[in-house]
Write a protein that binds this ligand. Structure first.
Ligand SMILES: Cc1cc2nc3c(=O)[nH]c(=O)nc-3n(C[C@H](O)[C@H](O)[C@H](O)COP(=O)(O)OP(=O)(O)OC[C@H]3O[C@@H](n4cnc5c(N)ncnc54)[C@H](O)[C@@H]3O)c2cc1C
Length: 491
């Protein structure tokens, strides 16, 4: 068995590990990083283009980020927080473009307006109030609102065609919206890392176990899936960025902070348009309102995408249930994740989320005709022969111990790390890849607090809005304008 010392081991070659690796290399150029990926490709799971929706989540169009409070007012906190996080991502990607780490920004990010579309008195009133609240914030000042049929038709012809003019409808539009190919971005970052010194990438290498050694380092046991050879690696710091595989590895680490976490898998499915004439008529992302009980990532949307240079049109995702934690995982993933320490939170979360269970059962049992009916709510003239079904990625929602409730189901992300900061894992998947830079900065803050003082000036140089107070609105706008220019988002 090979035995190799290294400083940092990162598990999984998705957007999160790729982002952490390049951040660490920028902050500490002499560090030694080994990245293990169990598939024989980089970014083959959730980060790959067709496995996610490619929305640069900025809070512009996602109605689930702006819930209505009991008093009827709209809570916009989450939308603003997501907008700020995405701004940090854009600034970091712009830094990577400026410094030559990433070549053509058009390979991974494009301006694609973000629209929210609703119908019926209650939802129109909701959107009106949401708009009025959001435009008070400088990051949302360019947002447009309309209830005028002709205006909406010019914004999204496919959505308005074949719809009666008597129906009460409304939409908001943010031209600033983006479509991001996170798969292409991940592969470009990893390709750049690969040519740097002291970076080792091992694909077809599955991490099987982790153990804290008496010398304070971590022993990581890995299997080469091509040769079945086993190797052991010692590391000062381990990041578990294995997507749906993270929970299982976190349990293996046996750190006390891992206790009580469980996972609930939700799969996704698209309808993909195959008719180029239809695809060319839609150049925006149109998000609607989720049905009661639907998980946030199942908000229906009709999306213009550019994947590998080709225009695409996708509708979905429809939610589904599978016991797999990864698209390329095993049906034993869910049963294998159950332990004494998380059985109570998992049962409690299950019992408290019966509307979600009912929703998932309905979604799984939907026929192809029912899926087309759902599409026709957004594109009334849709013809079934133009559309094919495709499987999207798998997400594992976090289940967490809760003193009062026993267990809760969370739709966000959770960084679990040991007290001594030698290991961290990322659980959950929302808002996801768009906020990867903020999430990885959080990992750095939690696990390397003693290095932060030394690293902060460099972080600010790369990401000027890092820790910038919200009150500095002119600076936020200036940083936004600059990153948009470098990323060629206002062509
Ligand atoms: C249907 C759907 C739609 C989405 N839409 C959006 C969107 O519009 N915008 C957005 O920002 N986000 C979106 N997301 C979320 C986003 O895709 C994820 O947050 C992001 O890709 C997670 O990246 P990751 O690096 O953590 O995981 P992944 O990309 O899944 O990477 C994890 C890697 O770890 C590897 N791995 C697992 N176990 C092991 C092991 N034991 N040893 C070695 N390697 C291992 C896997 O093979 C995989 O390559 C969506 C997700 C889904 C499923």
């Amino acid at each position: 068995m090979e035995h190799k010392p290294t400083e940092f081991v990162l598990i999984g070659a998705g957007i999160m590990s790729a982002t952490l690796a390049i951040l660490l290399k920028e902050l500490n150029p002499t560090c030694n990083i080994t990245l293990f990926e169990k598939l024989d490709v980089v970014s083959g799971e959730s980060s790959d283009a067709l496995n996610n929706a490619g929305t640069g989540h900025s809070g512009y169009c996602e109605l689930n980020y702006t819930p209505e409070k009991k008093d009827g007012s709209i809570d916009v906190k989450k939308a603003i927080q997501v907008a700020k996080s995405f701004q940090l991502s854009k600034e970091f990607w712009a830094h990577l473009v400026e410094t030559g780490h990433l070549k053509n920004p058009k390979d991974f990010i494009r301006q694609t307006p973000h629209l929210s579309f609703v119908w019926g008195e209650e939802d129109v009133e909701f959107l009106r109030k949401r708009y009025a609240e959001l435009i008070k914030n400088p990051l949302f000042q360019e947002m447009n609102y309309s209830e005028d049929f002709e205006t909406l038709k010019s914004w999204m012809p496919l959505v308005m065609e074949g719809r009666g003019t008597s129906q009460l409808v409304a939409a908001t539009k943010m031209d600033e919206g983006t479509d991001v190919n996170f798969g292409s971005l991940t592969r470009s970052i990893v390709a750049d890392l690969f040519i740097q010194k002291d970076i080792t990438l091992k694909v077809a290498h599955e991490v099987k176990n982790l153990k804290k050694l008496e010398n304070g380092r971590w022993e990581v046991k890995v299997k080469n899936l091509a040769t079945s050879k086993k190797l052991k690696v010692e590391a000062d710091f381990v990041f578990i960025g294995a997507g749906g595989g993270s929970l299982w590895l976190l349990e293996k680490s046996e750190i006390e902070e891992a206790e009580g976490f469980g996972g609930f898998p939700v799969s996704g499915e698209w309808l993909i348009c195959k008719n180029p004439e239809i695809i060319e008529q839609h150049y925006v992302k149109v998000y609607g309102k989720a049905k009661v009980g639907a998980p946030p990532m199942s908000v229906p949307h009709l999306d213009s995408r550019v994947i590998d240079g080709k225009n695409q049109l996708l509708f979905g995702p429809f939610a589904g249930f599978s016991t797999k934690f990864l698209k390329n995982g095993s049906y034993w993933d869910l049963p294998k994740s159950i332990e004494w320490s998380n059985i109570k939170p998992m049962l409690a979360a299950g019992l408290k989320n019966l509307p979600l269970t009912k929703y998932l059962i309905e979604q799984v049992s939907q026929s192809s005709d029912e899926k087309l009916d759902a599409l026709r709510e957004y594109y009334p003239n849709a013809d079934g022969k133009d559309w094919v079904e495709a499987i999207a990625g798998q997400r594992v929602q976090v289940i967490k111990k809760d003193e009062k409730e026993g267990g809760i189901l969370q739709f966000g992300t959770e960084i679990v790390h040991s007290k001594d900061g030698t290991i961290a894992a990322l659980l959950g998947a929302s808002p996801g890849a768009s906020t990867s830079v903020q999430i990885m900065l959080d990992v750095i803050e939690k696990c390397f607090p003693d290095k932060l003082k030394e690293w902060e000036p460099k972080i600010r140089e790369m990401i000027p809005s890092y820790n910038l107070p919200e009150s500095e609105s002119e600076k936020w706008k200036e940083n936004q304008k600059k990153s948009n220019q470098i990323l060629k988002l206002n062509d």
